[in-house]
Design a protein around this ligand. Structure first.
Ligand SMILES: NC(=O)c1ccc[n+]([C@@H]2O[C@H](COP(=O)([O-])OP(=O)(O)OC[C@H]3O[C@@H](n4cnc5c(N)ncnc54)[C@H](O)[C@@H]3O)[C@@H](O)[C@H]2O)c1
Length: 246
């Protein structure tokens, strides 16, 4: 990754931090986006720049790409790891506002950030965009209908963009993580439920390989998809879920 510039959204989150750290360790220069700068405080490095921005703010996102391009002269990768969970609830209890919020933050954000990435990658004739979906697209749980729809959109957007950008040499892939050991996991349980119990009984026990996915497992997949080892891989979905999708 030496000499490459990568932008990571949700950089202050469980997966985002592990992804940024791995990319820095591998020699990349990284721009991280999250709502608050404090969330990215632990990622101190001279090849890391933190940007506090909402991923739905088109102008702020354009500014991040401009800034990183001015600094390094290139944009090689985009990793869309920002996202929000849905507390499990029957559809009759879900408001239209909640639906829009999930679709916007988890899916529309990918349109905004990938469009910006394409503006730099297409003229360069190369680049790698990675979106983060979810195993719930292939193995849904009840009560997560809006979240699952947003992640299904992430996957189909990825395939649509992969075929569009292939002639420009830009690759676009998605990763479907299984239940992962981050702050988000407990937010999928119904309001008032015991999240510690759910974590063990529902999530951990549902993974055939016997443990929760760790942020580093996801970072390893990201590194592969960004690297030249994946130079013929586009439009694919990499399942990092310990077999949960089987
Ligand atoms: N944790 C899991 O079990 C799991 C499973 C499958 C998929 N995922 C997906 O993986 C990705 C990373 O999740 P995580 O587990 O690291 O969760 P996390 O909550 O630890 O991190 C998500 C980050 O996104 C940021 N974010 C949210 N809305 C934002 C906005 N509008 N603008 C900028 N930043 C924003 C949050 O501040 C947070 O730091 C998400 O897309 C999530 O849906 C998670």
């Amino acid at each position: 990754m030496e000499g490459k510039t990568v932008i990571v959204t949700g950089a202050g989150g469980g997966m985002g931090q592990a992804i940024v750290q791995k990319l820095i360790d591998e020699g990349a220069t990284v721009g991280g986006i999250d709502l608050k700068e404090e969330a990215m405080e632990g990622l101190n490095h001279d090849r890391f720049t933190a940007f506090a921005a909402d991923i739905l703010d088109e102008e702020a996102i354009a500014g991040v790409f401009r800034d990183m391009n001015e600094k390094t002269g290139r944009i090689d990768g985009l990793v869309g790891a920002a996202g929000i969970a849905q507390a499990a609830a029957p559809i009759t209890d879900v408001s239209l506002e909640q639906w829009h919020r999930l679709i916007n933050i988890n899916a529309t954000s990918l349109f905004i950030t990938s469009r910006e990435a394409a503006r730099y990658m297409k003229p360069a004739g190369k680049g790698s965009i990675i979106t983060i979906g979810s195993v719930s697209v292939t193995r849904p749980r009840p009560g997560l209908q809006a979240y699952i729809a947003s992640k299904g959109a992430a996957e189909s957007f990825t395939r649509g963009l992969a075929i569009e950008l292939a002639e420009a040499g830009v690759r676009v892939n998605t990763i479907h993580p299984g239940p992962a050991d981050t702050g988000m996991l407990s937010q999928f349980t119904a309001e008032g439920a015991d999240s510690e119990e759910a974590r063990r009984e529902i999530f951990e026990s549902s993974v055939p390989l016997g443990r929760l996915i760790q942020p580093d497992d996801i970072a390893g997949g990201v590194l592969y998809l960004l690297s030249d080892d994946a130079s013929m891989v586009t439009g694919t979905t990499l399942h990092i879920d310990g077999g949960r999708g089987l």
